[in-house]
Design a protein around this ligand. Structure first.
Ligand code: HEM
Length: 494
């Protein structure tokens, strides 16, 4: 049996590559290429194709700290792994490298793979119990109400920059919209939205304040669980706690954190990636304008070409097995490379051909752990982009496409900025609040607001979003909601 760390003739042929060999530029060491480092970060898709050319649909790779693992590149093989929990478990406690002490305590892998009591780390009956609590609570959302809600938040965000004639859609729009919606759905005070965005972004960057940011999120959710146990409402947190799965307080907090962080970052990414595609690819702009293509079509194309999670870390082999011609050893880790699976020539011989109407991409994974929030993510992105393009129909990229830059993380590839120009317009007046269920009673709202975190509780280095005072909306809505005031204060650094 071989494993990623065992000797492999094919891999060893790259151990000392000649100077002209591309292995030099991708950090190949001891026969395996690194999935991290400056070269891998610069062009991950090129690295995946190189690995595919060398190894086929499953490649041996090195993760941070040169810890060995398998990268699953094939569309069919990704499906096979995700759909077969009896061979490929979600339980990271099976990881041999971890058991052997080969993963450093400060490894960036640990926050992602360290086992936690939640549905994304368990299999079988325990997974069904925990996942059912999440999905049954999600089923109680009123889809039409959510769309009205997203529309209101999207319009209020557009109001903060529409009179300027220019904006960065990452920091002024996509980076906020999903969190504002998620905090509402979870049943939190509106004041939390902007601060949670700051904390979530800090956590995803893996900066030195990431642990403090995570602590802030956990404390906020612990307080939410305590409040909802005492006074249940018509919200996700209350439904989760009241579910027949009888979650403990810790399980409830972990699942709220999972939903908040998994739902926020991915949906923000989907909005940005779709907007970039629409703004940079004339075919899509023309198709949208000519109504041959709808925003849901554009979203689906973006989920094929730029899935918000480029990779899922991971699955662990339950026994010695074979995959894509490679012999996998019990306890080996597999990384599902969703981005590479989506451009596998076996399913997309010509990646430039549009995939309208085809939802067989891997962006939401497959099998028992397939994303349960995909409809919500699509609804937020679809409604938000529609509202933005309706308000600013002549939106255009303010820089050359080549000037756009990305920051890679372990799980995703994030566009740093999406600068746009448009004809300046007056802000709309405040829309009528449109909650997907009756809004929190005023007395309860007052309590929630009173216990909202102060700015002093936030991690010190999280960057404020710059908004020079002269760019503030000239015609602010007359009746501002609490989140709106909080966001404006935060944007101004106060
Ligand atoms: C467009 C946005 C989204 C994308 C691309 C996305 C993608 C994914 C992926 C790839 C997984 C991993 C599945 C696996 O382990 O194989 C996942 C899991 C999950 N996602 Fe999403 N997601 C999105 C939005 C959301 C939203 C909005 C929510 C909640 C409101 C959510 C909640 C979850 C949960 C709870 C899991 C864990 C499921 C389990 O392990 O059983 N996601 N998502």
């Amino acid at each position: 049996m071989t494993s990623p760390h065992a000797d492999d003739t094919r891999a060893n042929s790259f151990a000392t590559p000649p100077p002209e060999c591309p292995a030099h530029s991708t950090g190949a060491v001891t026969g395996r290429r690194r999935l991290y480092g400056p070269e891998a970060d610069a062009d991950p898709m090129a690295l995946y194709e190189l690995l595919r050319a060398e190894h086929g649909s499953v490649a041996p790779v090195l993760l941070h700290g040169d810890v060995p693992a398998w990268l699953v590149l094939g569309h069919r093989e990704n499906e096979e792994v995700a759909r077969t929990p009896s061979r490929f478990s979600r339980d990271s406690r099976r990881w041999l490298e971890l058991q052997k002490g080969n993963v450093a305590l400060d490894s960036p892998l640990l926050p992602i793979v360290a086992w936690q009591p939640m549905c994304s780390f368990v299999d079988g009956e325990e997974h069904q119990r925990l996942r059912a609590a999440v999905t049954q609570s999600m089923e109680r959302f009123d889809g039409r109400g959510i769309r009205r809600y997203v529309n209101r938040f999207a319009n209020q965000l557009v109001d903060t920059f529409c009179s300027d004639g220019h904006a960065d859609l990452v920091t002024r729009f996509a980076g906020h919209l999903p969190m504002l919606v998620m905090t509402q759905l979870l049943g939190m005070s509106e004041d939390y939205g902007p601060r949670l965005v700051e904390a979530a972004q800090d956590m995803m960057k893996g900066s030195e304040t990431a642990i403090a940011s995570n602590d802030y999120v956990v404390r906020t959710l612990q307080a939410l669980v305590a409040r909802k146990r005492a006074t249940p409402g018509k919200d996700f947190a209350s439904w989760l706690i009241g579910n027949s799965a009888a979650l403990t307080d810790d399980e409830a907090v972990e699942h709220l954190r999972l939903v908040l962080i998994a739902g926020y970052s991915t949906t923000a990414n989907l909005i940005v990636n779709t907007l970039r595609m629409v703004l940079t690819d004339r075919r899509f702009r023309a198709s949208l304008a000519g109504l041959q293509m709808t925003i849901p079509d554009a979203l689906e194309q973006s989920l094929w070409d730029a899935p918000p999670f480029t990779a899922v870390y991971g699955r662990w082999a339950t026994g010695d097995t074979e995959l894509g011609g490679q012999r996998i050893k019990s306890g080996d880790m597999l990384v599902l490379c969703l981005a590479a699976g989506n451009v596998d020539p076996a399913v997309r011989p010509d990646p430039t051909v549009p995939m309208y109407g085809n939802r067989s991409h891997l962006a939401f994974s497959r099998g028992p752990h397939e994303c349960p929030g995909q409809d919500l993510g699509r609804a937020i992105a679809d409604t938000g982009i529609d509202a933005l393009l309706t308000r600013l129909p002549d939106l255009a990229l303010a820089v050359d496409e080549e000037e756009l830059t990305w920051t890679p993380t372990l799980l995703s590839r994030n566009l740093d900025a999406l600068p746009v120009t448009f004809t300046p317009r007056r802000p709309a007046q405040s829309a009528t609040p449109a909650a997907p269920w009756p809004t929190t009673p005023p007395a309860q709202r007052a309590t929630a607001t009173a216990t909202a975190p102060t700015r002093a509780e936030m991690p010190p280095t999280a960057p404020p979003i710059p908004l020079p005072p002269q760019h503030a909306p000239q015609h602010a809505p007359q009746q501002r909601t609490p989140w709106w005031q909080a966001l404006t204060r935060w944007l101004r650094g106060r």
